[in-house]
Design a protein around this ligand. Structure first.
Ligand code: PLP
Length: 466
């Protein structure tokens, strides 16, 4: 409860914080046993909350009691090892603790001058990632490019679209610009193109393994040129949402360069796997692209939000985004000695997100993170082998990473029955998907604590539904 003048004393904070940390440690221990899908009807949680905010202060014990009474029953099991839905949204103890310290510091890292450590730590950690993931050296802050932590992959792709539009618009009418991506790319690319003001958007045909066909891209560009339109942006995906298909970056980059287009790469989920050199064959050609995004908040044990965005050349980004009113001027910025991250994003204010990534990279070490990724990929390969050995089931795409996509050979209804069996088991949770009217099941392996026993449980549900 707050004291005189609305202040909370440090000793009271210490007592409350200890109670909360104990509660969190207990929660982490029991979270694998909590329901993956919360057993609540729409509106049920709202009904447990008062209609208005309290007039009188409440005690911390009352706040804590409501964690169990109201919050936990409404949580979805993203941190449950039986979570195989969407892509993972990981957390880990060092990341969680860093979030707590970050909140204590309350930094507003819009410029170097408003938080030197938020700025410089971010620069260093993103340079580390260039080496750890085998990314082009020119993306380091010492080169022409550089990286910034954004809220989400959607945000990062939107930024790339905005910069490409700004650049192309200097010499072309905006309503003639075209953005291209594959028919299997994430919806954030189409949404970003719309928000960035592109009037023309093309979803390019894919091959049998759901990767963009460069010849289809060339044909679409030729048709657009014929009608007087201007190709301005193309996005390749490394690890599509549906099946983790990887677009061929090199031929797409050759087309992009020839046509003068901005080439962005979306590696939202799969980018984390590049910490293991054996997967880098899927990112060949990155030195030819203009921008890149991947999400440590998916598969690199770092709490949402943490999306890493790199550009090969930071000049066009700043030309698009830098506006410096008098109240945001600083001696450091004027001397050009510092990076002001407000020029790397649409909003002005920004969180100090580098601390959690720094702690994750240090606490696990590169070898610890590699072993987590390799464990998940091995679990995926094990599941894929079981599916291939089962005559009623078929894989719908190669399981190159840890996502396994399969269906019942008898068709959509039989596939739906398997989904129902898995999701009603209470032990595992998957999201079904659809390509060309054929339903399939995505088993997305990547939750921090998923191990062989959780795949065994999932397999029991699948086998029981055949
Ligand atoms: N791109 C791809 C390939 C994705 O799979 C996803 C989400 O799963 C996104 C973008 C969107 O990510 P975010 O939620 O960080 O915007």
């Amino acid at each position: 409860m707050v004291g005189k003048n609305g202040l909370v004393r440090p000793d009271e904070f210490r007592k409350n914080a200890h109670a909360l940390v104990d509660w969190i440690a207990d929660y982490l221990e029991r979270s694998a046993d909590l329901p993956i899908v919360p057993a609540v009807a729409p509106g049920e949680l709202k009904a447990r909350l008062p209609a208005s905010a309290p007039e009188a202060p409440e005690s911390f014990d009352e706040l804590m009691a409501d964690l169990d009474r109201i919050v936990v029953p409404g949580l979805t099991g993203w941190q449950n090892p039986g979570w195989f839905a969407y892509f993972p949204g990981n957390s880990s103890p060092p990341s969680l603790l860093a979030e707590m310290a970050t909140a204590a510091f309350g930094q507003q890292g819009m410029m170097w001058a408003t938080s030197p450590i938020a700025t410089e730590l971010e620069m260093v950690v993103l340079d580390w990632l260039v080496d750890l993931l085998g990314l082009p050296q020119g993306w380091k802050m010492s080169g022409p490019g550089g990286g910034a932590i954004q809220v989400s992959a959607s945000d990062s792709s939107h930024l790339a679209l905005v910069v490409s539009r700004h650049r192309a618009q200097a010499t072309n009418p905006i309503d003639q610009l075209v953005a291209y991506t594959s028919a299997q790319s994430h919806s954030s690319i189409e949404k970003g193109a719309r928000v960035a003001g592109f009037k023309h958007f093309r979803a390019i045909d894919v091959d049998d393994e759901f990767a963009m066909r460069p010849e289809a891209l060339e044909a679409a560009i030729a048709a657009d040129r014929e009608s007087g339109l201007i190709p301005a942006f193309v996005c390749s995906t490394v690890g599509t949402t549906g099946t983790t298909a990887t677009d061929p970056i090199e031929p797409i980059a050759a087309i992009a360069r020839r046509e003068g287009m901005w080439h962005h790469v979306d590696a939202a989920f799969v980018g984390s796997a590049m910490i293991c050199p054996e997967f880098r064959v899927h990112q060949q050609g990155l030195e030819l692209v203009d921008s890149y995004v991947f999400n440590p908040h998916k598969w690199l044990l770092t709490n949402f939000d943490c999306s890493v965005f790199y550009v090969a050349d930071r000049q066009p980004l700043h030309e698009t985004l830098s506006i410096v009113p008098p109240y945001l001027r600083s001696a450091a910025a004027t001397s050009s000695e510092v990076v002001d991250y407000r020029d790397w994003q649409v909003p002005l204010g920004r969180r100090f997100r580098a601390l959690k990534l720094w702690w994750v990279l240090r606490y696990y070490g590169a070898e610890g993170l590699r072993s987590v990724i390799r464990r998940h990929v091995a679990l995926g390969h094990d599941l894929a082998a079981r599916i291939e050995a089962e005559p009623d089931l078929e894989l719908v795409a190669p399981a190159r990473f840890s996502l396994v996509c399969f269906r019942h050979r008898a068709g959509n209804e039989a596939t739906d029955r398997i989904v129902e069996a898995i999701n009603s088991s209470g032990a595992s949770y998957v999201t079904p998907s659809l390509i060309d009217e054929r339903r399939f099941i995505r088993v997305s392996i990547g939750q921090t604590y998923t191990e062989a026993e959780h795949i065994d449980r999932l397999w029991k549900s699948i086998a029981g539904a055949l």
